[in-house]
Design a protein around this ligand. Structure first.
Ligand code: NAP
Length: 549
């Protein structure tokens, strides 16, 4: 393992600098080192591998992708050897999977941990990236590759009095490694997105009293998590090639064949039967296997939304609490669909209270708790499950500058502008793994990450074989791509919610739909077409060869 040192070092020259040691950085390192034989530096802020799964250790943290496709497909032996314990992998299991991958491929020794990249400037004189870290590293690299995740910049809202609280407070995305003891404590959770919804039922079992501060009620589908039937996994292992192939060409990176049925063409009985079947199976299959028009047609969507509202009312004993939990201000699926385990049931417990802060907003955090317009709630612990400055926040934590010193922050002042979610015009030889404008957060991440890493690796290899010094996205191609992303988004129901997909959760953030909603299969085809057409939409500048005298 490369240890971080605080002494200022002389500039080192490498082929590539990569940031991050999650799924993206680990595979990128493997490619650069073992397949391309290049030189590299990899920096990771944490003291170990894992990325998202290193940081998000809150109680109940688990992935919403089914475990057997939440892994690397490139290590075929490991696919056969590794056995996930349940339908949805829990954070500790995913972390141990990534540690195992890192050990198995001897990756850790080549990663510099506990080191944040602070600046990356494209040098117009050398056509290289000058990169600096908080540990005093200076590196000059031909390629600058980010594997920094889409949901890495945790967001604690700027509530008055936040620092006066005399109890303990935590954000779900930077949870203490030793855990938090909730026994005998009065706990408040602010936020009911994926992190809140996973942690609330677990905290409720441990705390003396739990108060949930909810701004927006959410649609959710039961996970139906269970331990994995080993016969099922053994069967999947016999057809893994086919499973991955289907996932790679699917809509969301899962190995499902989408339904072609319309909710509007079905009878009321057929719809009820389809929704009941999806509800019983649980997870994202509720949408994927029921009707094709739920995500694009408001009337079709309303049938699914009403079904879920009915389930909430059936589950929650107290009618007043149930009504507070019923979502009415956005279509189903327009905010990230939540997958839950015993979430609504938790409100039937005597020690759990729901506070509707849409109607009685939080006024301040006091030394003793949280005060809303309705009164003060005394607390020992506050959990902020308040989400992230998604997709762009982690980029803006660094001082990234392209040609002529243009800052990425300025370039993206009106929202992220990218070509394919991989590149930015004016930022030659910089590549983003699952950047804004790629399917990323609308897909099963490992599938999208692998596609990006492989595409970037192929391009890097191409530059070596064809004497190319810089690769830069064309401004026109970028403009057309951003328009294409917006055009597809406008045909969906996504714009009808105030979601983090649009940056709506961050005060002052420009409203722009950030991920590519056209599906991972279509996206892959577009990237392959760009490659087949000689990297269409990019300008490839040849290496300058000095004239012989
Ligand atoms: P999130 O979805 O953005 O949810 C944040 C919650 O905090 C929302 O309920 C939000 O209310 C509330 N909130 C934010 N600011 C607030 C404020 N000033 N006052 C009161 N409430 C406030 O964040 P998240 O739950 O961490 O999830 C983010 C994403 O991470 C997910 O959508 C998912 O993609 C990923 N994730 C995945 C998993 C998984 O796979 N199981 C688990 C965790 C996270 P509003 O809705 O009103 O904004």
């Amino acid at each position: 393992m490369v240890e971080a040192t605080k002494t200022k070092t002389a500039t080192t020259e490498v082929d590539a600098v990569v940031i991050g040691a999650g799924f993206a950085g680990l595979y990128m390192l493997k490619k650069l080192r073992d397949d391309l034989g290049l030189t590299w530096r990899i920096f990771e802020a944490a003291d170990d591998v894992g990325g998202t799964w290193y940081w998000n250790r809150y109680p109940g943290a688990r992935c919403d992708s089914e475990a057997y496709v939440y892994s690397f497909s490139w290590d075929k032996e490991l696919l056969q050897e590794w056995t996930w314990s349940g339908k949805y992998p829990e954070q500790p299991e995913i972390l141990s999977y990534l540690q195992h991958v890192a050990d198995r491929h001897d990756l850790k020794k080549d990663i510099q941990f506990s080191t944040r990249v602070t600046a990356a400037h494209f040098n117009d004189d050398t056509n290289r990236w000058d990169i600096e870290t908080d540990q005093g590293d200076h590196v000059s690299a031909r390629f600058f590759i980010t594997g920094i995740g889409c949901l890495s910049a945790g967001q604690i809202p700027d509530i008055a009095g936040r620092d006066t609280f005399e109890g303990d407070s935590y954000h779900t995305s930077s949870w203490p490694h030793e855990g938090v003891d909730f026994a005998g404590k009065r706990v408040g959770v602010i936020g009911t997105g994926s992190s809140g919804v996973q942690s609330i039922p677990v905290i409720a079992q441990q705390a003396e009293h739990l108060t949930v501060f909810q701004r927006t009620p959410q649609f959710m589908i039961p996970a139906r998590h269970h331990t994995v039937d080993s016969h099922y996994l053994d069967e999947v292992k016999t057809r893994y090639d086919e499973v991955w192939d289907t996932a790679r060409h699917s809509v969301a990176g899962f190995p499902y064949t989408p339904t072609d049925k319309s909710a509007l063409e079905a009878t009321a009985e057929e719809r009820q039967a389809a929704y009941e079947a999806g509800w019983a199976e649980g997870g994202f299959r509720f949408t994927g296997a029921s009707f094709k028009d739920i995500g694009i047609d408001l009337r079709a969507n309303a049938t699914a939304a009403e079904f879920i509202r009915g389930k909430i009312r059936e589950t929650v004993d107290d009618p007043e609490t149930a009504e507070k939990l019923v979502p009415t201000d956005h279509p189903y699926g327009s905010k990230r669909t939540l997958i839950d385990t015993n979430y609504f049931e938790t409100y039937n417990r005597d020690n759990v209270e729901l506070v509707d802060i849409r109607h009685a907003p939080i006024q301040e955090i006091t030394p003793r708790g949280i005060r809303t317009e309705d009164g003060e709630y005394e607390l020992d612990i506050i959990v902020f499950a308040t989400g992230f400055d998604a997709m762009t926040g982690s980029f803006f934590k660094m001082d990234i500058r392209g040609k002529d010193g243009v800052q990425l922050k300025d370039k993206w002042a009106e929202g992220p502008q990218t070509y394919l979610g991989l590149s930015v015009a004016g930022f030659p030889n910089m590549f983003m793994i699952t950047g804004p404008g790629s399917p990323s957060v609308l897909s099963n991440m490992p599938v999208s990450i692998e596609q990006h890493v492989e595409w970037i690796s192929d391009l890097v290899e191409y530059t070596g074989e064809h004497n190319v010094e810089t690769v830069e996205a064309d401004e026109d191609a970028q403009t057309a791509w951003v328009a294409h992303v917006n055009d597809i988004a406008s045909k969906t129901l996504f714009p009808l919610a105030n979601s983090w997909y649009l940056g709506a959760n961050i005060p002052g953030k420009p409203r722009a739909f950030m991920p590519y909603p056209g599906g991972v299969g279509n996206y892959r085809a577009k990237c392959d077409e760009v490659t087949a057409n000689g990297y269409e939409g990019y300008t490839l500048t040849p290496t300058q060869v000095e004239a012989a005298t």
